[in-house]
Write a protein that binds this ligand. Structure first.
Ligand SMILES: Nc1ncnc2c1ncn2[C@@H]1O[C@H](COP(=O)(O)OP(=O)(O)OP(=O)(O)O)[C@@H](O)[C@H]1O
Length: 211
């Protein structure tokens, strides 16, 4: 009998220290395929810091992040991870379509998730030629969600995906996550609010500032 495969993501005793004070200390959890972990916590609790460590954008003081059992090293990106951060990772002088093309060149693209389909999926059909700089904050968030939806990554790390969105946009985020999890993907989602619908709350991690 073959050994069980390791979970998609393992946080092993993660400690992150800023200015000599720990943000989180010996944090350990796992997220597997078909799971969504909702990360909740007050302002400053360390949610963004945690997601950036998991994305490999920040190095922990101690502990490690494992993806499919393999040690992840800090880097600019990882093929198994689609990260949606607080700050728009869009090129302001490129159009919506060009931004998605650029992301596909860097991150790859899921079959059938071409630019037209991605814009339509997030409610931006017809915005192909609009510059990212002239999109509203909610439309920029939708474009960032289109990037995530188009990527072939199994693990979505979504930092405040509900921010700037209207009610229909909040429902869209929950739909996208449910669909992804239903297809065997996984997601970590941070929020302060109660926006995450039940399918997005497979489990909850309540983050409390370590000191
Ligand atoms: N670049 C930075 N330099 C110094 N301190 C930082 C930096 N980024 C975050 N911090 C500090 O680290 C702590 C955790 O911040 P983080 O952004 O991870 O919290 P959060 O839970 O995401 O907060 P919020 O809910 O307000 O978005 C805070 O005290 C914050 O002030």
């Amino acid at each position: 009998m073959s050994p069980p495969s390791p979970p998609l993501l393992q946080a092993v005793d993660l400690t992150f220290v800023r200015d000599a004070s720990p943000i989180f200390d010996q944090l350990a959890f796992e997220v597997d395929h078909a799971e969504a972990l909702l990360v909740q916590g007050e302002n400053g609790a360390g949610k963004t810091t945690l997601l950036r460590v998991l994305a490999g954008l920040l190095a922990p003081e101690q502990g490690e992040v494992r993806l499919k059992g393999e040690l992840m090293r800090p880097s600019r990106g990882h093929a198994d991870i689609a990260y949606l951060g607080h700050l728009p990772a869009l090129k302001a002088d490129l159009t919506a379509a060009e931004n998605l093309d650029l992301a596909a060149g860097l991150l790859g693209k899921r079959d059938g998730h071409d630019v037209e389909a991605a814009l339509a999926r997030v409610g931006l059909a017809g915005y192909d030629d609009q510059l990212a700089r002239s999109l509203s904050a909610g439309q920029r968030k939708r474009l960032m969600l289109a990037r995530v939806w188009s990527a072939p990554a199994a693990l979505w790390l979504l930092d405040e995906p509900y921010a700037n969105l209207d009610l229909e946009g909040i429902a869209l985020v929950n739909d996208l996550i449910s669909e992804h999890v239903g297809e065997g993907g996984a997601a970590l989602v941070t929020t302060h609010g109660a926006y995450a619908a039940p399918p997005v709350r497979t489990r909850t991690l309540h983050l409390v500032r370590a000191s």
